[in-house]
Write a protein that binds this ligand. Structure first.
Ligand code: KG4
Ligand code: ZN
Length: 359
């Protein structure tokens, strides 16, 4: 058996983060992310601007990741990249870079599904590069990983899924949103309140000082383990327009300014409860006791607390990723690349980026 450590370079460029990471087996050596400020005042990601920013960022980001990891590009065993889903122009930048890198170094190229990668972020050993010298097999006793099968609630700006994770590369989506994603619900509500993009982290921040039960928002009744958030967005829009009360004596702007914390706390409570109720139902019906969260919205403090509550009150074993592996990053692409490499799941130069990609 080959016991030599495997060094994987991961590349992520599906949306508005240009990211590169280096993994030695499952140990993180470097995780570099360049965000894109350019979208802030547009209320969402502008695809054309995102592609241009990726083009500018990709080489410096990879350079920095290799430097931080303390490895030369010739040491890398394989390059993994986000094949999809995502914005096609953005995906093409990372995909083309990865192809060129693989070709120049004559190493395998590994296509990765971004949503599968969010789930596998739980298997990254979050130690610093100093602790894990290249080739070190020293186990990290602090790092708890889920056991198969487990359920993962993957919540991001583009997706909301309950995934039955049977093995590293064997996953089944058992529930998903029929319209807007949970992150989109946060971002669109924030936009309605005049907050900059991405609004999710800001709503989280203001919610900390607010009363989650002050305002009531409707929760769509959707069969099975599916979700729907578009109705919430519409009712939130009317709620703000009508100042949330029968009393129209103040403007929506003043109403928001006076009640920002309570509005954010109540909205966040509604979204988190909607997600957690379905996750618990799925866990109960399938008899699964280990549950995880992943994706950008798993950085939300309300959702993280709700999971901890599931553990404390109902005995579930819960897994919450460190913040740096919640939102888009390349470490999750590299860890998925690691497991695919071990199974020989590589591809040739003919591979294509895909805006829509399922597993
Ligand atoms: O996974 P991600 O970085 O990118 C996608 O694949 O979409 O997720 C981004 C989403 C955005 O909608 C952002 O507002 C949301 O995650 N998000 C949050 C928080 N941090 C990021 N939503 C609520 N609370 C947060 N703390
Ligand atoms: Zn993502």
């Amino acid at each position: 058996m080959n016991t030599k450590p495997v060094l994987i370079l991961g590349i992520e460029s599906s949306c508005d983060e240009t990211a590169a990471a280096v993994l030695c087996d499952t140990n993180i050596l470097a995780n570099v992310i360049a965000g894109q400020e350019v979208h802030k005042n547009f209320g969402g990601v502008v695809p054309e601007l995102a592609s241009r920013a990726h083009q500018q960022n990709i080489i410096p980001v990879v350079d920095e990741a290799l430097k931080k990891a303390g490895v030369k590009k010739e040491d890398i065993n394989a390059v993994a990249f986000t094949q999809g889903p995502g914005l096609l122009g953005s995906l093409l930048v990372g995909g083309s870079f990865a192809k060129a890198f693989a070709l120049a170094l004559n190493i395998p190229l590994i296509p990765v599904n971004h949503m599968q990668a969010h789930v596998l972020a739980h298997f990254i050993k979050p130690a610093g590069s100093k602790e894990y010298a290249v080739g070190s097999k020293q186990p990290n006793t602090e790092h708890q990983i889920p056991t198969f099968p487990f359920l993962c609630l993957t919540v991001s700006g583009g997706h909301t899924q309950i995934v039955l994770v049977k093995d590293y590369l064997e996953m089944e989506v058992i529930g998903q949103t029929t319209d807007d994603a949970a992150g989109e619900a946060f971002d669109k509500a924030a936009k309605i309140m005049g907050l900059p993009y991405p609004g999710g982290p800001l709503i989280d921040k203001y919610a900390k000082g607010g009363n989650p039960l002050r305002f009531k928002f409707p929760v769509a009744k959707v069969p099975g383990y599916d979700f729907s958030f578009s109705g919430l967005k519409t009712s939130f829009m009317y709620f703000i327009r009508d100042n949330g009360s029968d009393n129209n004596s103040i403007s929506p702007e003043d109403f928001i300014a006076k009640n920002l914390n309570d509005i954010c706390a109540s909205l966040q409570h509604t979204i988190v409860q909607t997600l957690v109720v379905k996750l618990k139902t799925a866990a109960k019906e399938l008899g699964i006791r280990e549950v995880a969260i992943a994706g950008g919205v798993s950085a939300n403090s309300g959702l993280r607390n709700a999971l901890l509550e599931m553990q404390a009150a109902e005995g579930y074993k819960v897994f919450i990723p460190p913040f740096e592996y919640c939102t888009d990053n390349a470490a999750m692409i590299a860890i998925t690349g690691h497991y695919k490499y071990l199974q020989g799941q590589t591809t040739g130069q003919e591979t294509a980026s895909k805006a829509r990609l399922y597993f």
